[in-house]
Structure formats: structure tokens, C-alpha cells
Design a protein around this ligand. Sequence first.
Ligand code: NCD
Ligand code: ZN
Ligand code: ZN
Length: 347
Amino acid sequence: MIILPGLIDPHVHMRTPGQSYKENFSTGTKAALAGGFTTVIDMPNNSTPITTEKLLDEKIKIAKKQTVCDIGFHFGSLGDNLDEFKKVSSKAKALKIYLNITTGGFIVDEKVFESICKKWPKGKVIIVHAEENILDVILKIGNKYKQKIHVAHVSSQKELSIIKRAKKKRWMVTCGVTPHHLFLEKSDEKKLGAFAKMKPALKTRKDQEFIWKNLMYVDIVESDHAPHTLKEKKSHPQPFGIPGLETTLHLLLTAMSKKRLALKDIKRLCHDGPAKIFNIKTDKKTYIEIDESEEWILKNKNLKTKCKWSPFDGWKMKGRVKRVFIRGTKVFENDKILVRPGFGKII
Ligand code: NCD
Ligand code: ZN
Ligand code: ZN
């Protein structure tokens, strides 16, 4: 049995309020526990983007009643809410800014990004969804204002090279990769169709290999758990995003069984890295137990996420989360959730 501290996923979309038919805090955090995560941080691109203190408070109130693991929240901005920043700085874990089109159509340009950098409290992270060329521009602006920038879901050689350069110049830049960019590639789109449709899109084998080779420049693995219903995925236009909370650690454990990475890498990427970047207090009595030798097949029907599908359906996994403890309480064992909604804390 392997023991790891309770994992932290700082990039999930719980869809509530507004789109609870896709996911809610109860189904989403149950999926988190089944996947070994005891803390998650929810993104602000709800159907009504979370850009005011009032909207954030309303979301927190709903989450408090539903969550089975610990949960925090990122705040959003379209550049028209700069006066809200001070009010939410102790409640939000970070600010999330979208520079490219993705779910929610919640996007700003570099001028607006600059005005945001002037106002966001220094020392608290700004997470960016910035793909390819715009990434370079954004990192320069972030550095000009001495902001800590976390680049979400890095997916290509080009993006990771830009980040490597910034890190070598000692800019305050961190980055995350998703499991789908580590384990799926562009050619999988043929077979998976809409179930491989996400932002950033899947890249080539070459990009993927570059990321694996340069994993030491990657600070975290983030699931980007972004559920949509089967029906939505089968209709047009197909929305971007795939669920990931129940597959992230299991894919990494399976890769570990093939010696592609070590346990210490998983701990760094799914615990130490996110705890440090997002300033999350950890607890010795919050931990997970893993049977590293169990071989099993991931099946859609066994998933706890409300959307009940995964691009990794049918994949052979090696290593499985058996038990999860939060502050000494056993909250998950052998696929069963042992606590009621509301058990988790708002962080
Ligand atoms: C995310 C979503 O559905 O909210 N979609 C995605 O494809 N990753 C948004 C995002 O993280 O860009
Ligand atoms: Zn994104
Ligand atoms: Zn996302």
C-alpha cells in the first residue's frame, strides 16, 4: 500500500450555479475523492461568470452545503470589475483570465489583461488560459507588473519553451499540464470524436514527448475537469472540455508502473506544487491509500461525475485509490463515499 498526502487539483469546473445539469459540488467532489483528491479549486467560468464578490459569496454558500472534500474558488474578470479585487482577495485562491476562446466565451485581450495586472493584489496568483503566441505577450506583461502568473494546461512544445525561457530569466511563472495532454494526442481525435474535443486541443506526439521530457519545468498536473453531458457532446456545436478527476491520478499511477515517472513526481505535481502555488495549508491526517498493484479497467458506468463518461473509458489501469482520509475521518473506501454533502471545508 502506498500512502500519499491528499491530492490537490487547482483546476476544476463544477458548473454550479447555472449548469448543475452537467455537475454539482456533490457529484464533482465525490469524483474528486474517488480520484484521490481531497482539495479542489473551482473555476469562475460559470454561465454567469463569477466576477463580483456577491456572485462569489453565493457560489460559496451553495458549495458549503454540497461538498464532500475541501474546496476553494478562483475569481474571474472581464476587466470591468477591478474594484471587486480587494474585496475578494482573501476569499479567492487566484484570478483566472481567459485570453483564448473556450467554454463560456469569457475572454479578454492583452490591453485588458494589462489593466487587470495593475490592479490585482501582488503576491496572489493570476492564472491564464493563454495558448501559443499570446502566451509570450502575457508573460511579458505579467513580469512588467511583477505578478505571479500560472499558465494553465500547457499543451505544446512552443508553449513550454516560452515558459522555460521565462523561468530561466527568473520571472514569477509556473505552469500546469493536464493528463489528457500527457496521455492522448491529436490522432486520438479520430476514434474519440467529441470526447477528445477540449481547449487547448490535443497536440502531436512530438509536442507530447517534449512535455514528458521537460516535466521538471512543469509545476503541477491539473485535471481541468470540465464535464458536459453526453447529449451535449453528441450535438452540434460540441462543447469543449472533458472530465478528469477520477482518471488523473490513475493514469499517473499506471504510467508509474511503466516507469515513465516516479511516486515523488506524482507527489510533487499533484500535491506539493499546487499547495505551494495556491498557498494551501496541508494536514498530516489528510491522506490517501493506494494499492499500487491492483489492475482494473476504467468504465464510464462506475464514474461518480454526473456526466458519466470519460475519454479513458475501457483503459487498463494499474494502481487504485482504496481509502481517503480528511483530517482523520475516513471519507472514501473501496469506491464508496462515507460522508455527507457538507463535510468538506471551504478553503
Ligand atoms: C473548459 C470548460 O469546459 O469550462 N473547457 C476546456 O475545454 N478546457 C474551459 C477551459 O478550461 O478552457
Ligand atoms: Zn482553459
Ligand atoms: Zn479549465
